[in-house]
Design a protein around this ligand. Sequence first.
Ligand code: NAD
Ligand code: ZN
Length: 241
Amino acid sequence: MEGLEQQRDELKSLVEASDNVVFFGGAGVSTESGIPDFRSKDGLYNQVYDYPPEQIISRSFFDAHPAEFYRFYRDRMLFEGVEPNRCHRKLAELEQTGHLKAVVTQNIDGLHQAAGSRCVHELHGSVLRNFCMDCHESYPLAYILASEGVPRCGKCGGVVKPDVVLYEEPLDGAVIDQAVDAIRRADVLVVAGTSLVVYPAAGFIDYFRGGKLVIVNLSPTPLDRRADLCIQGKVGEVFDW
Ligand code: NAD
Ligand code: ZN
């Protein structure tokens, strides 16, 4: 097997030869920023709570037990003071230099935009946006952080909900269309930091018709066999040139 350095050079060449790279990322893109993923050994799904995390972050749980939802959410899904890492920054730079067309992300942390990326399709929404479920007034993350218990709308008293897609909720149709369109037109697709087991997001890869599929992940994924270049490593070390 080739060494990481050689594989990184291969990725660099592929990316720099293209003006239509699309990046499709998951939780592994932000672990080096200090935000844990869900499925790794130390990830969220392998910790013990009163309810399984998958249940807590579902829409029916949010509606039935908003206080319990927010306790978990503040504790495990909101991270203060996190910064973009080398991977986020490299992607922003590649957009600037005209190689990268879009980032499609399953992450909800807003770190791509914080790094300077402009074309970001957030399949699962963002913790940075929150809105009143009754009058739709929007609220920044700071409002949630400053509140206690269940955050309430300052205008009408309604429950404020993060603009993140919970289990049982559909993805936003417009965002899906933009993401699919970008992937369909791409000539290089880099898939990184995602276990590729969450559908429908993982199915997005099937829209790719371009030349080169690259997978960068710490652990093997079900699609590794289909990749032209498969790099087992940390995104922060791979996107480092
Ligand atoms: P996942 O937890 O299923 O998989 C993450 C993958 O990233 C794992 O396969 C792991 O081996 C790999 N990984 C971890 N650190 C890495 C690194 N430094 N470099 C390369 N690979 C690394 O995550 P998922 O498939 O993205 O799905 C989980 C869902 O949870 C997502 O849909 C997302 O919405 C949500 N989530 C978001 C965040 C965030 O916003 N930062 C964090 C956790 C979970
Ligand atoms: Zn309101």
